[in-house]
Design a binder for this molecule. Sequence first.
Ligand SMILES: Cc1ncc(COP(=O)(O)O)c(C=O)c1O
Length: 392
Amino acid sequence: MATFEAQRFVASHVRSIPRSGIRDFFDIVQGMKDVISLGVGEPDFVTPWHIREAAIYALEKGRTTYTSNLGLPRLRAVLAEHLAERFGVKYQPQTQILIAVGVSEAMDLALRALVNPGDEVIYHEPCYVSYSPSIVLAYGVPVAVSCRPEDGFSVTAEAIERAITPRSKVLILNFPTNPTGGTMTREELLKIAEVACRHNLVVLTDEIYSELTFEGEHVSIAALPGMEERTIFLHGFSKAYAMTGFRIGYACGPAELIEAMMKIHQYSMLCASIISQEAAIEAILHGRGDTERMREQYRLRRNVIVKALNDMGLSCHLPRGSFYAFPCIRSTGLSSKEFAVRLLQEEKVACVPGGAFGPTGEGFVRCCFATSLEQIEEAMRRMARFVERVRR
Ligand SMILES: Cc1ncc(COP(=O)(O)O)c(C=O)c1O
């Protein structure tokens, strides 16, 4: 009888995608003691009590069923109002909003609903680690537009236009950006919108960090003239309300596209957890103050970490949004992976090698400042000691 070789049964497009570099690295971190982690991009705050309480009440009241595939009507209704007020975008709660299991699922649904095998999906890099694998899993072709450190890692309309071919179908944008903390002005977005319209692209805009904008006003590309009809707006509760474990996010867009996404969702996930949806209603209705308090804490920490990094000679631009600092470590002569591994081994500080976010991230490391000020200050003391030793 032939021996069973499990590996041979894994689909080739799944075999072709790498494991997440971040997860592997943090499995090592988990096994070590006394490490200060500037690694995983997760708020250190516990979900505000009134939001947790709403989840508890849902359980107490026996709210333990499936919901409509699109999500609780009440959640969609309060979201529609919130989005109109906050972002200036208008969506019909009955047909244009889909509640998903995080932005992660919403992005996956959007790609699977839009992409035919071989269609090209353009995104800007360095970027969130899941974009390229998610495109491959939807049988698309990932096309990265590299953003240069000397431009502050901003993506330009010209760079996007150069990447467009007759197979281009979708453009993914993420502002504020993970891992660089960059944001976009209305003028910059208007130019990108014009390119998207001229080349007939659908835009998937991941605005999960929009509440964590420190300078200027966050503008959604979905709110620009002519864009609502060709944009899928993705957002969620993980970062703004410290609700990562609730796994709750949403997609808004043209009814036909939301319907296509809903079909996949209904045969795979079915619906997001009703308990999380109840908690999300509370977050939208009464969580604004919590978000503002957390943002002010992040701002304080950002100022401390960016100053400390620059003081130790690792040049670091001021992130205008998100909770990531992205310093250049080239002056140490180490690759980003060597830097991260040695910093962990020698000083017990964990950060993410920039190469994990695409080749243009090489020469940088990502330091998440969603951790206490004391931890950040201690991490910076250790990192300064390490950098000085390496340079000697
Ligand atoms: C840019 C970006 N999009 C999406 C996600 C995933 O969000 P969610 O927890 O809603 O799935 C993350 C998480 O780090 C992220 O950084």
